[in-house]
Design a protein around this ligand. Sequence first.
Ligand SMILES: NC(=[NH2+])NCCC[C@H](N)C(=O)O
Length: 314
Amino acid sequence: MAFSEFECWSESGQLDCVAVFRPAALDVTSAEEAAAVGFNRPVTRSEAEDAFGRLRDALVRQGCQAIDLWELLPAPERAVSDTTVNRVFVRDTAAVLGRQLVTGTAAFPVRLAEFDVAHRALSQLQPPRPDDEPASSARIEFGDVFVLDGERLLVNVGLRSDAKALSPFLELAWRSGFREAAVVRIPESLGIIHLDLAFNVLGPHAVVARAFLRHTPIQVFQQGRAPHWEPFDGYFAQRGRRVIPFEPSGAQGFLSNFIYVGPDLILASESAAPGLRPLAKACGIEVDSVDIEALERGNGSVRCLTMPLRRRPA
Ligand SMILES: NC(=[NH2+])NCCC[C@H](N)C(=O)O
């Protein structure tokens, strides 16, 4: 696939193509190992592989092409990559913003090598850049970024994406063709590492958001203007979207971590689906589900495990 085919102007256009990354070759065997890599619980390689197979099948069943970045790696990089258990959470490493592939930077040191390797794999999909073209990279983990529509991005600065990264990120957003960036700040005391663990876009007319987010006003940046603040719910209401609040309970920890595959269909994990279904139904959206409990032990779910490379216009 050539770079010219990368295109994402929303989270709710029909999904044509995603990047995924198969699980690494190591088990995570103890509580200490889990803590070292940001996992909630141990998981074996074979449990992770079974779950990954189900995820890939579910994406393909929905008519989406799934490119496993592992296939694009030269052998020496595979050896390193096979020891990085977070590589399945490919979402964080880069994103297609408009027609631009933007690479991210790991804030969690154990993921530094894995981000570099993912970028190398992604570079196989695009033609070499001319020397004078500025690099498109940001000090952001992309679990913190949403493409709201063809004009707007939403970004969280918090545990993983540093506020200092904001101003170069805004320049990149303008260069990629966006006109507005909304900035939210999840209180770090909650320990929520990425925005997609508390928020998601539920089709063209709604978003789901953890209830606490209504206490966090949004700072709105528009190209060439001084930033201003808007209430969280008011920001979305002004732009034609309803905010559906939720409080996760127990097994539904990953309720917001789904991907819109369309038309009017999202793919979520089996643990998230029961809580999500009534909310989605109210927006005319169906929920397909897949058993990826083993991968969720790594503290991420369907959205973290997928990187949209091409979506049809919403
Ligand atoms: N977009 C996400 N929520 N990604 C989840 C990543 C989880 C991973 N264990 C980490 O600590 O980085």
